[in-house]
Design a protein around this ligand. Structure first.
Ligand code: HEM
Length: 510
């Protein structure tokens, strides 16, 4: 009996020691080894600090920078407010440096050739695996890898073909008219009024995605958007703190709310899908239509998406299709309020090209100035300010050997503001730099990537730009606008770049 007890006790002791060693290895020995390995290759950066790495400093800088609104003329201010930690690290360590996302090393890349390589080799430089927390917002095409990604991309691509987008123009106009009708009522007595346009632009892009993705109207989607918006805030709060495996099971207030929202969102989307499947003969709903075609073609459900997968893609569309385009539109309106000469040039073009004509794809393609303006807004205020990848095997990038487990940061915003890449006026709003297109402005370098680059570039780029063009054209035809004295310039990064205190403009009816 004694021998048995002793054996059990010794086995338990060994198991405890092994577990403890694993923990010490993950949280201390391995990061310190990696630090030495990366430093030996000439990468500078902060020393690894136990458990948190740079997360505490990162959170502190975010809090501090958020406490100070900016002047719209403060060219450096945007970087220090929105990407404070990367901006600070770049100044401290120079291009290509290491920071610590908890116990994982993160290498930030500023070299356009290396950025191109990371984007191009999407099988080696993989998307970060969604954590149980980020899964609440979006998985689907955005996060899949390998065959699953290829299958979904193939299924979803046709939904964004120009032919399909052409048919969506009336839906874009319908949503635009709804917003402008509201604005016209508000200005009706005096001819002008002060307005926070941000919630209206969010409602507009929600309206559009709801109509186009499901053929349903905004009222049906409203509840889903409200919930996804609340979820974005909760997820952003959660990702700012260090990720502890299993922490999602802690019965905290935030976890409980996130789970409840997820359940409700899935339930509502499933309800819409079920209804839409019944209405499929009417050809409603781009996502479902593409999926049904694939299933029919192969007479086999494994060729299409499962209903859970369709729900995930719908959730992603709600997030990716809505938050991003409203961000583009709001910063466009703010910058055109500040730069009245560009507002006038854009309006003149819209009136000349479109006049009273029906909005058609051909005519929209002739909006050159509007296009230049959007490129420049996406350079200075990209909805996603940075992108991340991770390697799951040892890999060489340029002259660097990156060990398995290294994260890569592609800091869009810092690159878009870099004077070495864009010239002395890099931080200024100057749409003219795009007068001969993106390739000329970037000298064919990967220094401009608001929609990503390579095989994983944004599938919704044309959708977003057509929607934004139609909306801006409709606004310019009916209103002129300027910043209100109550406007506070406070770009802040939730999951996308948003105006923290809204966007208060004075709208004048033309
Ligand atoms: C101004 C608007 C938009 C911007 C700036 C934007 C930006 C981006 C970026 C940067 C990526 C690449 C992410 C990465 O490589 O890590 C991406 C991917 C994606 N976007 Fe967008 N997006 C916009 C609008 C949209 C819209 C309207 C939709 C759908 C309705 C959409 C759906 C997607 C999807 C599904 C992916 C994943 C593509 C893949 O991995 O194959 N986006 N977007």
């Amino acid at each position: 009996m004694d021998t048995v007890t002793n054996t059990v006790a010794i086995s338990c002791a060994i198991a405890v020691v092994l577990c403890a060693w694993q923990v010490v290895n993950i949280l201390w020995v391995r990061p310190k080894k990696l630090e030495k390995y990366l430093r030996n290759q000439g990468l500078s950066g902060n020393n690894y600090r136990f458990l948190y790495g740079d997360m505490k400093e990162f959170s502190l800088m975010v809090q501090e920078s958020k406490s100070k609104p900016l002047s719209l003329d403060d060219d450096d201010g945007v970087l220090t407010r929105v990407v404070a930690f990367t901006h600070h690290s770049l100044q401290k360590h120079g291009a290509n440096f290491i920071t610590w996302a908890g116990w994982e090393p993160r290498v930030t890349i500023m070299d356009p050739e290396l950025i191109k390589e990371v984007f191009a080799k999407s099988n080696d430089f993989k998307k970060m695996k969604p954590t149980p927390v980020t899964k609440f917002i979006a998985t689907g095409l955005l996060t899949y890898e390998g065959d699953q990604w290829a299958k979904h991309r193939k299924l979803i691509n046709p939904a964004f073909h120009m032919e399909k987008l052409k048919n969506m123009i009336p839906a874009f106009q319908l949503s635009g008219n709804k917003m402008l009708g509201k604005w016209e009522k508000l200005v009706s007595s005096k001819g002008s009024c002060e307005l926070d346009i941000w919630p209206d632009l969010e409602a507009l892009t929600s309206d559009v995605i709801s109509r186009t993705a499901f053929g349903s109207n905004y009222e049906e989607g409203l509840q889903i958007f409200e919930l996804i918006k609340e979820q974005s805030v909760l997820v952003q709060e959660a990702v700012m703190s260090i990720y502890i495996p299993g922490s999602r099971f802690f019965p905290t207030k935030r976890n409980t709310r996130m789970n409840a929202i997820d359940k409700k969102v899935k339930h509502s989307i499933r309800g819409i899908i079920d209804n839409k499947l019944k209405a499929m003969e009417a050809g409603e709903g781009i996502l479902l239509e593409s999926n049904m075609k694939e299933v029919e073609e192969y007479q086999n459900k494994s060729h299409g998406m499962t209903s859970d997968e369709v729900i995930e893609e719908c959730k992603l569309f709600y997030f990716a299709g809505q938050e991003t385009t409203s961000s583009l539109l709001v910063w466009t309106m703010v910058l055109l309020s500040k730069h009245q000469e560009w507002q006038s040039r854009a309006r003149e073009e819209v009136l000349n090209v479109l006049g009273d004509k029906k909005m058609e794809l051909d005519a929209l393609n002739h909006l050159r100035v509007v296009n230049m303006i959007f490129h420049e807004v996406l350079r200075l205020y990209p909805p996603f300010v940075g992108m991340y990848r991770k390697v799951d095997k040892d890999i060489t990038l340029g002259g660097f050997s990156l060990p398995s487990g290294t994260q890569i940061e592609l800091p869009i915003m810092n690159i878009h503001y870099d004077e070495k890449m864009w010239g002395h006026d890099a931080k200024k709003f100057n749409p003219d730099r795009f007068s001969e297109g993106i390739s000329k402005a970037t000298k064919n370098k990967v220094i401009y990537f608001p929609f990503g680059w390579g095989p994983r570039f944004c599938v919704g780029q044309n959708f977003a730009l057509i929607e934004a063009k139609i909306t801006l054209a409709m606004i310019l035809q009916r209103f002129s606008f300027e910043l209100s004295p109550s406007y506070v310039h406070a770009p802040h990064k939730l999951l996308t770049l948003q105006p923290e205190y809204g966007a208060h403009l004075i709208m004048h009816k033309l």
